[in-house]
Design a protein around this ligand. Structure first.
Ligand SMILES: [Fe+2]
Ligand SMILES: [Fe+2]
Length: 183
C-alpha cells in the first residue's frame, strides 16, 4: 500500500488519478462522437479528443518535471461517470435528440470532474513551487473549462430545439459535413 504523508506524495497520487481519467477519456470520446447525431456536438467531442490527447502528454511532462515515472491509478470517479452513460444507453430506448441531450450532460459531468481535479492540482503544484507543472496543469484546466462551456451552449440549443419540436437544421448540417468528408 503506498504511503501518503507529504504534499509531494499527495500531488503524485492526484496526478496518477487524473492521468488514468484522461487516458480513459481518450477511449470514450470517439464513441461519444459516434453516438451523437447532432453535427456540432459530434465535432465538439472530436475536437476535445485532440485536446485530451494533449492533456495526457502534458501530464507526462509534469511527471518528468517532478522526477517520477508516468503511472496511472484507477480512478473510480471517471469510471462512475462512464458507467452512468453506459447504463443509460443500454437500458433506454432513446430518440436521437434525447440521446444527444443526455450526452451533453454526461460530458458536462466529466468536465466538472476534470475541472475539480486540475483546480486542486494547480494549487498543490503552486504550493510545492513546481512552476513548470503549474503552467502545464493550467493549460489543461483552461481547456476543460472551455469544453464545459461549449457543451453547455450546445445543450441549451438542443433542449430549445427539442421543445420547439425541431432540430433539423443541426442534423442537416451534419449530413452535409459527412458527405463532404466522403467526397
Ligand atoms: Fe482533459
Ligand atoms: Fe475534458
Amino acid at each position: 500500500m503506498p504511503t501518503v504523508t507529504s504534499p509531494e506524495q499527495l500531488f503524485e497520487h492526484e496526478l496518477k488519478d487524473i492521468y488514468y481519467a484522461e487516458q480513459t477519456l481518450t477511449k470514450v470520446l470517439p464513441k461519444l462522437a459516434e453516438e451523437a447525431s447532432d453535427g456540432e456536438l459530434s465535432r465538439a467531442f472530436t475536437s476535445h479528443l485532440r485536446q485530451t490527447e494533449k492533456h495526457v502528454t502534458n501530464l507526462e511532462k509534469v511527471f518528468t518535471k517532478i522526477g517520477k515515472r508516468a503511472q496511472a491509478t484507477p480512478c473510480p470517479g471517471i469510471e462512475g461517470i462512464k458507467k452512468e452513460h453506459d447504463e443509460f444507453v443500454q437500458e433506454n430506448t432513446t430518440s436521437a435528440k434525447m440521446l444527444d441531450a443526455f450526452l451533453t450532460g454526461a460530458a458536462a459531468r466529466a468536465e466538472h470532474y476534470e475541472i475539480a481535479a486540475y483546480t486542486g492540482l494547480v494549487s498543490q503544484a503552486r504550493a510545492l513551487g513546481e512552476r513548470d507543472a503549474v503552467v502545464l496543469l493550467q493549460e489543461n484546466l483552461k481547456q476543460e473549462k472551455e469544453a464545459l462551456k461549449k457543451v453547455e451552449t450546445i445543450s441549451k440549443r438542443l433542449l430549445k430545439d427539442a421543445s420547439n419540436g425541431t432540430s433539423s437544421k443541426a442534423r442537416s448540417s451534419r449530413t452535409r459535413s459527412r458527405s463532404t468528408a466522403r467526397s
